[in-house]
Design a protein around this ligand. Structure first.
Ligand SMILES: [Zn+2]
Length: 415
């Protein structure tokens, strides 16, 4: 079984690298001429610039990936796991404490390994292409803040779950799922007020006409408007976005200040209409339900496998602590999850198309959204030529050229 798992992992790794390579080759060699819509926005020089940006990202991504693969192989198949498991078990007999230590130390190691990559990405790669607007100081305080928030959540979720496992050995899968679902629902409610303000400054929209436009749009879309805010994303990065949050009737709309710099008001409203579309078509609710169902099934499966003590044998081990078994289970989940990626991407692209249609219905045409998206692609140096297979597997949004053409032709559906 160990050999089978190892081969499975290697096969998935080879497929992933092959897809990356295919995508890279396609971007550089198989360029079709861009449609009319892009002219005046994205020229040959811009394309070369975005190609250089993607290539630089590919390179660091490749190094990061290789490091990850080597560490995984060493940990799971090279004898590090049983050594680490015994080390932690030797520290304490307390079930909850040893679980916290087991995952906590690993998370810390992962964090430390990730630091040089994060520094490189922000201060060398993003800096070179003019996206980085962050100082070392801001990077450091961000790191400390997210470490504090992360540790608190980690402590709450892990110790709570382990406590429930001890409390109800026969049905903990249901309890743990319920506990995590409650906490994540709670976080969804409070994070805009408690967590996000730690990192970003939210202020009312600086442009009064835009605020009027947004309110009109919300009314037309049948959404009760809560606060309409802009956020100082430009302090960190030149990349742009818009989103809106909130459960229940009252929605909170947040626009990145970078988005407001890059788009004119009509394009901005079209982008927002698309976001509203996700809510009106019930995508956010569907996503929430889907993820909770997956979580419930995963909890039950974990319970089944752990209860039958199947996992240590699969990895050729005599014994493995509870935390160790949960860890290898998580790894197995991510391996199986790879084959689920194309389905979930396809599903997401379908939602994007529905939200695009909603935007067309709200704004009256798809032209504003299309030109807004082209501008965003220009500003963000997006890859306009993904390999079709790569896009089919990984892309959560339709590739831009195809999407912009579809939007241009789009008509109000008249529902
Ligand atoms: Zn969308």
């Amino acid at each position: 079984m160990k050999l089978l798992l190892l081969s499975g992992y290697l096969v998935v790794t080879v497929i992933r690298f092959a897809l990356d390579w295919l995508n890279l080759r396609h971007r550089q060699e198989a360029r079709e001429p861009l449609p009319e819509l892009f002219s005046g926005q994205i020229d040959e020089e811009r394309l070369q610039h975005s190609d250089a940006y993607a290539l630089a990202g590919d390179k660091i991504g490749f190094v990061e990936d290789i490091v990850g693969v080597c560490l995984t192989l060493w940990f799971l198949f090279g004898g590090l796991l049983p050594w680490y498991d015994q080390l932690v078990s030797g520290l304490t007999n307390n079930f909850i404490l040893s679980g916290l230590l087991f995952f906590g130390i690993l998370a810390l190691v992962q964090l430390v390994i990730g630091i040089p990559f994060s520094l490189y990405r922000n201060f060398i790669l993003e800096e070179r292409f003019g996206f980085n607007r962050m100082s070392f100081r801001l990077w450091g305080t961000d790191l400390i803040k997210s470490l504090l928030v992360g540790s608190f959540l980690f402590f709450l979720l892990v110790s709570g779950a382990l406590w429930l496992v001890q409390l109800a050995p026969q049905i903990w899968w249901l309890w743990v799922w319920g506990f995590w679902a409650l906490v994540s629902l709670f976080l969804l409610f409070v994070s805009p007020y408690l967590i996000e303000p730690l990192f970003f400054k939210f202020t009312p929209l600086a442009k009064a006409e835009l605020e009027t436009g947004v309110r009109e749009l919300l009314e037309k879309a049948g959404v009760q408007a809560g606060k309409i805010l802009q956020v100082d994303a430009s302090r960190r990065s030149g990349h742009s976005n818009a989103y809106f949050t909130g459960i229940g009737k009252v929605k909170r709309v947040v626009l990145f200040d970078t988005l407001m710099e890059q788009l004119d008001d009509r394009e901005l409203l079209a982008v927002l209409a698309h976001e509203l579309g996700h809510w009106r078509c019930g995508h956010l609710r569907q996503r929430l339900i889907k993820s909770q169902l997956v979580a419930l099934f995963s909890c039950w499966l974990a319970f089944f496998l752990l209860n039958n003590e199947l996992l240590p044998g699969w990895f050729g081990l005599q014994q493995l602590s509870f935390a160790g078994q949960v860890l290898v289970l998580g790894w197995l989940g991510s391996l199986v999850g790879f084959f689920w990626t194309p389905i979930s991407s396809w599903w997401s692209r379908r939602h994007e198309r529905q939200a695009d249609q909603f935007a067309i219905d709200m704004v009256g045409s798809g032209r504003e959204l299309a030109s807004g998206l082209v501008k965003l692609a220009r500003e963000n140096l997006s890859n306009l030529f993904p390999h079709p297979l790569y896009a089919a597997i990984y892309y959560s949004h339709p590739p831009l050229v195809e999407r912009a053409l579809w939007l241009e032709k789009g008509r109000v559906s008249g529902r």
